[in-house]
Structure formats: structure tokens, C-alpha cells
Ligand binder design. Structure first.
Ligand SMILES: *Cc1c(COP(=O)(O)O)cnc(C)c1O
Length: 376
């Protein structure tokens, strides 16, 4: 059996090596390392894929979130509502910009922001909501957009884990996640579903004026070289990463299919077992399985984690500490929060290896060890 990994970017690379190597050499020979045709072509292709008007490439997903909040001209003290059960990057930029992160509860089935909890957290100072499509499953965007409209709030989707996910509205129409809110942010961190070979990210919007601001902020607030109209930052996607991403974008749907196939294999093995709960799929979202995350009901999660490790099977806890309990947010009243679903999830979730290169032999082994532990 091939060794087990949470993600196998190496085997994936081997399959597209010729094309990738040629593209990288092409950039090296062109000497156009920052910006230029390769970056623009990738942005155009990604905009087509994600069915969105503008794609602004940037250096990473964390920057994408920061640039978004800057473009919305949020002011110090403005409140930004996010789920506490997410990766720290969703919220960190808000604090950096002296905004006030407000943490709300997640839905216990989708693990994404709970619209009812979100609405309750709105105050006159609330300016924006950042829903996260956690693990590759969409948040309830229809409800979130309705609340946002009612209260005149911006929505920035954190789509870092869900690129390629389709959202279906009640009337049957569909949109890609990341193109539903005012702004969508994504990350091309190597282990993400569309992963670069280094850091990279992008911002999506259908709003022309916002697109203009986002673009300017990512390059020192300039529209014209050496004329700086607003305070920005330096967050560029380099051409080597864009060349690689453009090739991988063509494979993205096939990569998602491979993840879904692996998820279906796990589902079949685990469904109906009362000791664990398989990932939920809401009717409005298909799932792109950035993670395959089980809920452990009757057995000890950490013991399962250890048991798998002892058998050479990696598994991960995303995330052991929710944002509201992170030391960096102590000053935002962390201990005053009462988020029982979030706290419960931090003790009950476990993510199994899922990626495009898993084979049946590997999955059979993983499944057998999970079941062996549960049935012990
Ligand atoms: C990966 C990730 C980010 C940050 O992306 P980087 O490219 O690592 O900066 C933000 N939010 C979520 C939910 C993520 O998973």
C-alpha cells in the first residue's frame, strides 16, 4: 500500500508534471514574474469558472480577506460577524484593521454559520458578515443574504475551502460559492482543492466599483503607477503560481469528482453506524470535500485519533480551539461567549485523509481501522 497522507500533492503533480514544468519554464524564460499575461489569463479563466465578473488575484487567502475589508471602508470599531468555528485567518484580518470580530454559533449539521444566531448578533455597529463554507460545504447563503439585505450589511464569503461548490437557491437557480456575497475570498494554499505550489489567493466580486478598489488596494492603492489614491498593501499573485494554477484549474472539476468518490466510499462504510456521523449535505449545497469530517458520537475522539496514528493513518482535528477561545482575541470578550455547539464540535470532529489520489486499498485500510476502533 502507498503511504497514507492527509493530502497527496506529490502524486497529483506527477500526473501533470510535463505540462506544469513546461509552463513554469515558460514563465522563467519570459522573465515576466509579476503580473502580465499569465496572471491575467488565469484571472479570466477563473472568473469564467466561478461565474463571477471580476477576479482579483492576490498573494494568499488571508490577504484576500484583509483587502476585502479594506475595500469596504470599514472603520475601527465596526463589527464583523463570523463563525467562531473556523480557521483563524477568517477573523484575524478584522482584528488587524481594528474592527471588532463578533463570534456566532454554527449549525450543528453543516458546521457553518447559523443564520438565526447571526441575526441575533446584529447591532447598530455591525457592518459585515463573513460566512465560511467550511470543509467544502456551503453556508446557508440564501438566508444569510436575506438577513444582510434587511440590515444593510456586506457579505464577504470565505470560500477558501469550497472552490467549485454549487449553491442551489429555493427557486432552483444555481451559483458558485464565492460569487453570491458582495465579495468572495479564496486561497490557493497547496492543500486547498485548487492548490498552488506556494502561497496564492484571489478575490471575487460582481461589483465594478468594488473590483476597482480591490485591485488598487492590492497594489499600494494605485490605479496609475506612482499615483497612490488610498492606503493599500502589496499583495500580488506571481506568474509562476498563476501558470500552475491555470493548468490545475482545468482539472478542478475532475479533482472534485475524485474527492466526492472518496467521500462516497467512506459514506458507504460508515453510514448507519451510530458511533459516528458522516458529513451532512444540505439540499442547497453540493459538497466539494475539502475535508471529510466525521462526528464522533459514542467513542472518544482523541483516542480514535491516536489509534489511527498508531496504525500509520493521519487524521486531523479542524479545529481544536474555536476563535472565541484564542488568546489573540482575549480582548474581544472571549470568555463571555456561550457557544455550546462550537465547543462541542471542537471535541467531536475528526477529519480523515481525503484528496484526489486516494486509492481503494488505502481507503479500505483506513475504514477497517476506524471500524476496528469503534467496535472494540
Ligand atoms: C486556508 C484558509 C484561509 C487562508 O488562506 P491562506 O492562503 O492560507 O492565507 C482562510 N480561511 C479559511 C477558512 C481557510 O481554510
Amino acid at each position: 500500500m502507498r503511504p497514507l497522507q492527509m493530502v497527496d500533492t506529490k502524486t497529483q503533480y506527477q500526473k501533470i508534471k510535463q505540462e506544469v514544468d513546461a509552463a513554469v519554464i515558460g514563465v522563467l524564460e519570459s522573465s515576466q514574474f509579476i503580473g502580465g499575461k499569465v496572471v491575467n489569463d488565469f484571472a479570466d479563466n477563473l472568473a469564467k469558472y466561478n461565474e463571477v465578473k471580476h477576479v482579483i488575484p492576490c498573494a494568499n487567502g488571508t490577504d484576500a480577506l484583509q483587502i476585502s475589508m479594506m475595500a469596504l471602508e470599514l472603520q475601527p470599531g465596526d463589527e464583523v460577524i463570523t463563525p467562531s468555528f473556523t480557521y483563524i485567518a477568517t477573523v484575524e484580518a478584522a482584528a488587524l484593521l481594528k474592527l471588532k470580530p463578533v463570534f456566532v454559533e454554527v449549525d450543528k449539521e453543516t458546521f457553518c454559520i447559523d443564520p438565526a444566531a447571526l441575526e441575533k448578533a446584529i447591532t447598530p455597529k455591525t457592518k459585515a458578515i463573513i460566512p465560511v463554507h467550511l470543509y467544502g460545504h456551503a453556508a446557508n447563503m440564501e438566508a444569510i443574504m436575506a438577513i444582510a439585505q434587511k440590515h444593510n450589511l456586506y457579505v464577504i464569503e470565505d470560500n477558501a475551502q469550497a472552490i467549485g461548490c454549487d449553491y442551489t437557491f429555493a427557486n432552483g437557480s444555481k451559483k458558485k460559492t464565492g460569487s453570491i456575497g458582495h465579495i468572495g475570498c479564496t486561497s490557493f494554499y497547496p492543500s486547498k482543492n485548487l492548490g498552488a505550489y506556494g502561497d496564492a489567493g484571489a478575490i471575487f466580486t460582481n461589483d465594478d466599483a468594488l473590483a476597482n478598489r480591490l485591485k488598487m488596494i492590492a497594489i499600494h492603492g494605485q490605479a496609475k503607477r506612482y499615483y497612490h489614491d488610498m492606503v493599500g498593501c502589496n499583495s500580488r499573485l506571481d506568474a509562476i503560481q498563476a501558470a500552475i494554477l491555470d493548468i490545475k484549474l482545468k482539472h478542478l472539476d475532475e479533482y472534485i469528482d475524485a474527492r466526492r468518490k472518496a467521500a462516497a466510499f467512506y459514506d458507504k462504510a460508515f453510514s448507519g453506524n451510530s458511533a459516528i456521523t458522516i458529513p451532512y449535505r444540505a439540499a442547497y449545497s453540493n459538497h466539494v470535500f475539502h475535508q471529510y469530517t466525521l462526528l464522533v458520537n459514542t467513542v472518544n475522539r482523541d483516542e480514535l485519533h491516536q489509534y489511527l496514528a498508531d496504525n500509520g493513518i493521519p487524521s486531523m482535528i479542524y479545529y481544536p480551539v474555536p476563535c472565541h477561545k484564542q488568546k489573540m482575541f482575549e480582548t474581544f470578550g472571549g470568555s463571555d461567549y456561550h457557544l455550546p455547539v462550537t465547543d462541542w464540535l471542537t471535541e467531536k470532529v475528526i477529519s480523515l485523509p481525503i484528496h484526489t489520489e486516494l486509492d481503494e486499498e488505502q481507503q479500505t485500510f483506513i475504514v477497517s481501522k476506524v471500524l476496528e476502533f469503534i467496535n472494540k
